[in-house]
Design a protein around this ligand. Structure first.
Ligand SMILES: [Zn+2]
Length: 241
């Protein structure tokens, strides 16, 4: 049976254990010239579905609209406010809880959403007895594998492009793949000018080094690690999935 919540019929949902739900959250955002605008949503959905297939549970429809400061001047980027995102995600979490979820795993595909997602998770967890995991799949899991596999990762870089070659190869235009040196700042700084400069091509790292094989190795390590972590939390909560 499908792990996609929106594909279940009324009869199927009546018989389904809904204690564990996955919520993929992405954004519409420019990713260089070679990756689709929906990259961060497509990757989050892929990771959520593969983990759900392993541990059980259902995947909710993704949140397609997110918050993006750095790439907002590039055509193709939609930027909604942090406030709007927090409120929307809190309400989705409340509804998940009302439908029987005891644990929601928010699988985030976009760094610009991270602060808002943690804030929303905390708010929902304070209001109800729902447990919420927030995971930035590309940086919170399989950290060592990512370091070993990719010498020039980045936004739409070697790592993300490799993942997309696994997830939606037909949407990747490798002939347009490019390279932009990653500028490392000594500390996190919010400034329109600096962000626009760093992401002047909506790309960091070397997308030309991407391969499907590296993407497969990385994603399978990511899925295995998140699945293990989710199972550990479910056990801690006394949930049998
Ligand atoms: Zn991305």
């Amino acid at each position: 049976m499908s792990v996609r919540f929106w594909e279940l019929t009324g009869r199927q949902v009546d018989g389904r254990d809904l204690s564990v739900m996955f919520l993929p959250v992405g954004v519409l955002e420019r990713h260089g010239l070679h990756l689709p605008l929906g990259t961060d949503t497509l990757t989050a959905v892929y990771v959520a579905e593969r983990v759900a297939e392993r541990v059980g549970g259902v995947v909710l429809p993704p949140v397609w609209y997110g918050s993006c400061m750095a790439m907002r001047n590039h055509k193709g980027t939609f930027d909604v406010s942090q406030d709007a995102l927090v409120r929307y995600v809190v309400e989705i979490l409340r509804e998940a809880h009302r439908n029987g979820a005891r644990l929601v795993v928010v699988v985030s595909g976009h760094g610009g959403n991270t602060v808002a997602l943690h804030y929303a998770a905390r708010q929902a967890a304070m209001e109800t007895d729902l447990a919420v995991i927030v995971v930035d799949w590309w940086k919170d899991a399989a950290v060592e594998e990512r370091r070993k596999l990719f010498s020039k990762p980045g936004h739409a870089g070697e790592d993300e492009t490799s993942a997309m070659l696994v997830i939606a190869e037909d949407l990747v235009d490798l002939d347009s793949a490019d390279y932009v040196e990653v500028e490392r700042l000594p500390i996190r700084v919010y400034h329109k000018g600096i962000e626009e400069e760093i992401y002047s091509k909506a790309l960091t790292g070397d997308a030309r080094l991407a391969s499907r094989e590296k993407g497969e190795k990385w994603l399978s390590a990511v899925v295995a690690e998140i699945a293990e972590d989710v199972l550990a939390v479910a056990r801690r909560l006394g949930i049998t999935v």
